[in-house]
Design a protein around this ligand. Sequence first.
Ligand SMILES: Nc1ncnc2c1ncn2[C@@H]1O[C@H](COP(=O)(O)OP(=O)(O)OP(=O)(O)O)[C@@H](O)[C@H]1O
Length: 250
Amino acid sequence: MIVQTAMPAASASLAPDLPVIEVEGLAKHFDMHHLGQRLDAFSGIGFRIMPGQFLLLTGHNGAGKSTLLRTLYRSYLPQAGHVWLNTAEGRIDLARAADVDVALLRRREIGFVTQFLNARPRVPAEDLVAEPLRLAGRPAAEALAVARAALAEFGVKRELWAAYPSTFSGGEQQKVNLARALILPQRLLLLDEPTASLDAGARAALVRRLAALKAQGVAMIGVFHHPGDVAGLIDAELNLDNKETSNVAK
Ligand SMILES: Nc1ncnc2c1ncn2[C@@H]1O[C@H](COP(=O)(O)OP(=O)(O)OP(=O)(O)O)[C@@H](O)[C@H]1O
């Protein structure tokens, strides 16, 4: 059973025929000054994703998959191209947006899910998970109840809910991370190998949660070590080895 812990999707306010994201001619390289070299991570990337669509990124090790996700999240600035995002405030080019706008968009419109938890000293797991809801204005008691349901959904044992995640196992930390990252649906979700060290139960819970978000119109771009985990959700694949996008038959 999917525990309905989420607020309505941010994309509810967007016209369904507008793409969530349109990427044009995106290029990123790294200058390795100490070596006097330049490393091209990717160039000439273009695609568009509609509400509720799931794009799988594939390619060999070092093809640029994680770098592309980080560039879409604006952790990296691209050297060329556009990342048009249709938001509640209108169409914004993330490749050129001011840092302050990027910070706001990350709070309201774009989620980034990795396998790594940013555990903070003396912050219990349940508070860490509830925080995005509290910041979005949900009453504290309600946010806590939703956070506990999410922790249960991902299989974090009850004894750990009020404990500090810095002492948790790798898999337990990852489960707390997923519960937090997915508690507040955003218009666009970037997923960087979120299933890496999860047990079977948590992998299944994640897939159920992603399916529910997709049904609410959340667009997703993801890298998965085992794409079979999310096979039923994938609409298209972008292979960074040849930069070709192909639709996936259902
Ligand atoms: N901060 C950085 N500085 C310099 N080079 C970097 C940086 N980040 C990534 N790279 C390089 O960019 C290339 C793409 O890396 P990236 O991590 O995006 O690949 P990937 O497709 O995600 O690989 P994998 O499948 O192994 O996770 C690699 O050659 C990597 O060494």
